[in-house]
Design a protein around this ligand. Structure first.
Ligand code: FAD
Length: 505
């Protein structure tokens, strides 16, 4: 590592890596510092029993030719290098309920979306069409989502509530539940989640939905290759502990191992609460510092990873969002010990080797950080291995068994196919990613007060910038666009968007 770089990036999550490539392409010398053994943050995969599992990427939208993420990835030089499998066009997501045998599909392509749902709600065709029009018109208002540099959205759009807006399209309670059924994608909260969040995410999957064959870490691999090609450097096992600030400017960062590196610009891809603390509370206006520290994190998750016995469980080319009750689509995160889990998302790895049989499957459900509070003082990652103790293992085993009982109601055949089961808890997400209380997607957005959770990518320190899922939007698309917002502060938005649109690589 050199002593000085033009740009130091803290954290190698998607936002950090995309920012690094943008600036390296512009001729800046860039250095990415990552605390973990694996780069990529939520893009990390892990292997159990020779089976690859994703931690935070199960499917990606907007990667079809001519679609937004396709163009962003083309500019980043990775689009033609990704190994993808398109999910079922007639149902990439299935919304299902324990008290209803019907599986309701969300299909790709708007016409098809309407057509597939109309089969189950023949009287509702017009309402479904209106819902689709609304999704698209909201998305049209966000310039960078449409690869444009000039904006036209107003505060009114930001204050539309997701549940209220969706419910207004129909009197049919089941259809309301089906349209909102994938709200785990943004951990939907009835009186808070904004409709624009729902629209930006769901629209991207309706455009086209893809799985990464053999896992999402291939995105990291390809991004690192591009970064290297443009002269960027990246180092792992480099946990940044402090930003050294003098005269409203960061001079350098200090790492846990005692090393120091100086820079002209600094981009933090880590939890903003931590970034501000590491840069010193005294360097920010008190109300800003306090506002950020008081932000509510999105709920965390409990994930169950199943390795199947060879050739026992068929590959399924769609995801499931399953609920015990259709009336609980917006309240499935409110559970107690007995009622947990009220919902789950089920997904599986696409493999090139075998298109018929699945080697593993992942089930994710909500879990509050409070549930793992007794072990919150422990820390355990591949780099810093620690035992959280027997009681934690017992907790995980108990939760896995309860979760499996619920899963077996929907997938009765699964019992006989299981070779082994692994789990992760809010503590795993916290320790590997660094997010406050293991939050899944940054901070809760509130349609009642959109400005409260707004975090500008430029800070009061003149050369410190923020990027990542807590800043604009989460998800592969949201974080990629967020990195463009961050880098626009340095190179200019119009200039950057023109370059992205011109990319032909
Ligand atoms: C369970 C789950 C499922 C998801 N499913 C999907 C999906 O299907 N599709 C989709 O599009 N999105 C999905 N997401 C969201 C998506 O994965 C994230 O929004 C995105 O990857 C976050 O990127 P980021 O740039 O914020 O970086 P993060 O992933 O938050 O990474 C931050 C990085 O910074 C590093 N770091 C932290 N502190 C330090 C430090 N002090 N020094 C150095 N490095 C540090 C961390 O180790 C990490 O590598 C999912 C998320 C979760 C949790």
């Amino acid at each position: 590592m050199k002593e000085h770089y033009d740009v130091i990036i803290v954290g190698s999550g998607l936002g950090g890596l995309v920012s690094a490539i943008i600036l390296a392409k512009e001729g800046y010398s860039v250095c990415v510092l990552e605390k973990n053994n694996q780069y990529g943050g939520n893009l990390q995969t892990f292997v159990r029993d020779k089976t690859i599992f994703d931690t935070g990427i199960h499917y990606i939208g907007g990667l079809g030719e001519g679609q937004n993420l396709h163009q962003y990835f083309k500019y980043l030089g990775i689009i033609d290098k990704l190994n993808l499998k398109q999910l079922d066009e007639n149902g990439f997501d299935i919304i299902s309920f324990e008290d209803d045998k019907i599986e309701y599909p969300h299909a790709q392509g708007y016409e098809n979306f309407v057509h597939q749902l109309e089969k189950y709600f023949p009287e509702e065709k017009e309402n479904i069409e209106k819902y689709c029009e609304k999704l698209q018109s909201i998305c049209d208002s966000f310039p960078l989502y449409n690869l444009e540099s000039e904006g036209k959205y107003d505060n009114e759009i930001l204050t539309l509530n997701a549940k209220e807006t969706i419910d207004a399209f129909t009197q049919n309670e089941k259809l309301k539940a089906v349209l909102a059924g994938s709200n785990f994608l943004y951990a939907g909260i009835p009186d808070k989640s904004p409709f624009y969040v729902h629209a930006l995410i769901v629209n991207s999957y309706i455009q086209s939905s893809w799985r990464c064959i053999n896992g999402g870490s291939q995105i990291t691999k390809q991004l690192l290759k591009q970064l290297k090609k443009h002269g960027g450097e990246f180092y792992k096992h480099k946990e940044v502990t402090r930003f050294d600030v003098e005269n409203h400017k960061v001079n350098s960062v200090e790492m846990k191992d005692g090393t120091k590196v100086s820079g002209t610009y600094f981009i933090s891809n880590i939890e903003p609460k931590t970034t501000l603390k590491m840069a010193g509370e005294e360097n920010f206006r008190k109300p800003f510092f306090n506002r950020i520290q008081s932000l509510e994190g999105v709920l965390s998750a409990f994930s169950l990873y199943i390795v199947f016995k060879p050739e026992t469980f068929k590959y399924i080319n769609h995801n499931y969002y399953h609920f015990k009750k259709s009336s609980e689509v917006w309240t499935a995160h409110e559970y107690d010990e007995d009622s947990w889990p009220k919902t789950y998302m089920a997904s599986m790895n696409a493999s090139k080797k075998n298109e018929v049989w699945a080697d593993g499957m992942t089930f994710i459900t909500y879990m509050k950080f409070d549930d793992v509070l007794p072990w919150s003082n422990s820390f355990n990652t591949t780099v810093e291995k620690n035992d959280r103790g027997e009681s934690y293992e017992e907790f995980k085993t108990r939760k896995a068994a309860k979760f499996l009982t619920e899963i077996e109601i929907k997938f009765p055949e699964i019992k006989d196919c299981i070779q082994s089961v692994y789990t992760s808890t809010p503590l795993s997400y916290r320790d590997y990613i660094g997010g406050d209380n293991g939050n899944m997607y940054g901070y809760v957005k509130d349609s009642n007060n959109p400005m409260k959770t707004l975090i500008p990518s430029k800070t009061k320190l003149e050369n410190l910038y923020l990027t990542g899922q807590s800043i604009n939007m989460h998800g592969v698309l949201g974080v990629t666009i967020g990195a463009v917002v961050t880098c626009s502060e340095i190179v200019g938005k119009e200039y950057l968007i023109t370059k992205i649109n011109q990319a032909t690589e």
